[in-house]
Design a protein around this ligand. Structure first.
Ligand SMILES: [Zn+2]
Length: 234
């Protein structure tokens, strides 16, 4: 095979790998962002439950104050009992005490309900906290894996660039410049295989005569459709 073509094929192989690895490297920040979003969403759930729990606690404290007021009221009413003169007044007084006590029981019911609610929310928070912990550990591990993969990819790219440089040193400057031009315009493919009379760069037919020449002549040929360097494996 033409020596230049051999270099071009090797160069294309390396460049395809570099392009692929660089793409993988470029995708990494968005992978990391996705992981961060996963943590934020669990944290957000935790904050929601916490806000609810705080509201319940506030309500409960308010109810405790109301309860104390109700207790005070009942005590005051009871203390006044001895001052009552007539039977009518007494009946009305007893009714008032009953009402106050009823109110007190209702407040106590509310407090009980709120305490149960608070218990439930606290259990929820504990559950979510342990989920957050697990999630964070999982994500930290994944982040580490991604960072390691990134480092490895960067190392591979840097090794490939070294190989690339040694190949370029064997290439004619003009051929290299044509190659680079094709690589840029040709979506990362500057050298294409001619397979079954089809250019694998543009997937157009190759004239039969050229297809034969590719096999027998030690020359640099290009695809008449896309201009890519062509080679034949068999
Ligand atoms: Zn082509």
């Amino acid at each position: 095979m033409n020596q230049t073509l051999t270099h071009l094929i090797a160069l294309q192989e390396i460049d395809s790998l570099i392009i692929q690895k660089r793409r993988e490297i470029e995708a990494i920040p968005s992978e990391l962002k996705k992981l961060e979003r996963a943590i934020s969403s669990v944290e957000e759930r935790f904050r929601e439950v916490k806000t609810k729990a705080e509201a319940i606690e506030k309500k409960r404290r308010q109810k405790e104050i109301e309860l104390q007021e109700a207790i005070d009221k009942i005590e005051k009413l009871k203390a006044r009992t001895s001052e009552i003169k007539t039977n009518e007044e007494y009946q009305a007084h007893i009714k008032e005490i009953e009402r106050a006590e009823k109110k007190k029981y209702l407040i106590e019911d509310d407090i009980l309900y709120l305490m149960e609610k608070a218990d439930e929310l606290n259990r929820n928070m504990k559950q979510i906290q342990s989920e957050i912990q697990n999630e964070k550990e999982k994500i930290t591990k994944q982040q580490k894996e991604i960072e390691d993969r990134k480092a490895l990819l960067e190392k591979e790219v840097s090794d490939l660039l070294k190989k690339r440089n040694s190949i370029i040193s064997n290439l004619d400057k003009e051929v290299y410049s044509i190659y680079m031009n094709l690589l840029e315009k040709g979506n990362g493919v500057a050298v294409a295989e001619a397979k079954d009379e089809v250019c694998q760069g543009c997937y157009m037919s190759i004239p039969p005569q050229l297809y034969v020449e590719l096999k027998i002549r030690e020359e640099l040929f290009t695809c008449p459709q896309c201009g890519r360097f062509l080679y034949r494996k068999n």
